[in-house]
Design a protein around this ligand. Sequence first.
Ligand code: UD1
Ligand code: MG
Length: 449
Amino acid sequence: MSNSKTAAIVLAAGLGTRMKSNLPKVLHPIAGRAMILQLLDSLSAINPEKTILVVGPDMEPVSDAVSAAGFDVEIVVQQERLGTGHAVQQAESALSGFDGDILVLYGDSPLITSDTMEKMLNARSGGDDPAVVVLGFRPFDPGEYGRLVLNASGGLEAIVEAKDASEDELANDLCNSGFMAIESKVLFELTAKLSNDNAKGEFYLTDIVGHAGEAGRGCTFVECDEEETIGINSRAELAVAETILQDRLREAAMENGATLTDPSSVYFSYDTQIGQDVTIGPNVFFGPGVEICNGVEIRAFCHIEGAFVEDNAIIGPFARLRPGADIGKDVHIGNFVEIKNATMAAGAKANHLSYIGDSKVGERANIGAGTITCNYDGYVKSMTEIGAGAFIGSNTALVAPVKVGAGAITGAGSVITENVDADALALTRSEQKTVDGYAAKLRAKKGKK
Ligand code: UD1
Ligand code: MG
């Protein structure tokens, strides 16, 4: 680990025009949270002393989202978008007095890992004390990326933007990711030398490499996979980033001891926690806030968010667990069952076609097919309590607030509006009438067999 202190400047003043969206680009989500939060989370693993986020005018939603997520970030506004070098200059006063290394990252390139940040910082404090470490990569298609120009001894001499590059320079596939680690003492001396005399008429941060060389300071680079450097400018690129992140999350779940029958059809959130010996069938989606304990089986086509599932429960196929679903040990939740803000204690079962909302279901209680907790009267939500070992007959409507005692039974098709005592039977359907021979007579009358 690098010994010097670290600060970070995250550039996010870009307009994101190509997203065609009212939402600022860096708030578009990947794996269930805004891309900027994904980046700040990876950054927090290296413990920066200070993080400066450079945003454009009218980007309050970005600062709000970042502080709501609990990140300690100082916001700086770049009034005019005059280039990456100009954006970094905006952080100068926020970093006055800071002594250490400064990482420059892009808010719309959220897939860089903390390991790679660490590698850059280590290179900054190692070797011949380079002033700047640039993160390079060799993309499949170098296209419009800036190119890293090396000197005879393999040091980094300059970065040339594609628009300003010669044919020879464009033939070089070693590209600039845009991320840098820079010694704080020299950063703002170097940015002060930038000019906008180039093809785009912008103040390029990349030019600090050439200026460092002129000042007698060496620069270097480290390389990473193209996947870590992907920048998101369009919805199509957002989808590519999502795929890369999902693959990482799938691999992590499998490494931790979960079986994914068809990994590519399972979607995780950034915070999904999956225990050991969990089996996840095809086409399962996890929204934010899910914890699945050991030995749980999640069968195909489940949609799960904000739920806690204890050991050895069986969920699905086709089950929906919504926020506040608290599923105990050995519970079975079967097809077309929706659970919301409800506790199912150990061994309880709801195997078919039910809605259990705002409820407490006791141990080993059995919820029959078609049971509905009527938790909402159009004005307020109310609770349903079902005691341990109770048996709720098929197609029971439980009109909340209502309690069914331990061991009680409700008859199939009942509408339960009053509390049921423990071990009692509650039935609300009308008695059955049987007319002997009626069906046969009817058929005869209609002339049918
Ligand atoms: C930049 C690099 C290029 C590199 C590429 C990698 C420069 C001059 N070029 O080019 O070498 O290969 O990234 O993706 O640095 N931003 C601001 N304010 C500004 C301008 C940009 O905050 O005034 C932010 C953007 O929001 C974005 C980042 O800086 O997060 C990069 O800007 P962008 O315009 O995408 O730079 P590129 O032209 O792609
Ligand atoms: Mg770009």
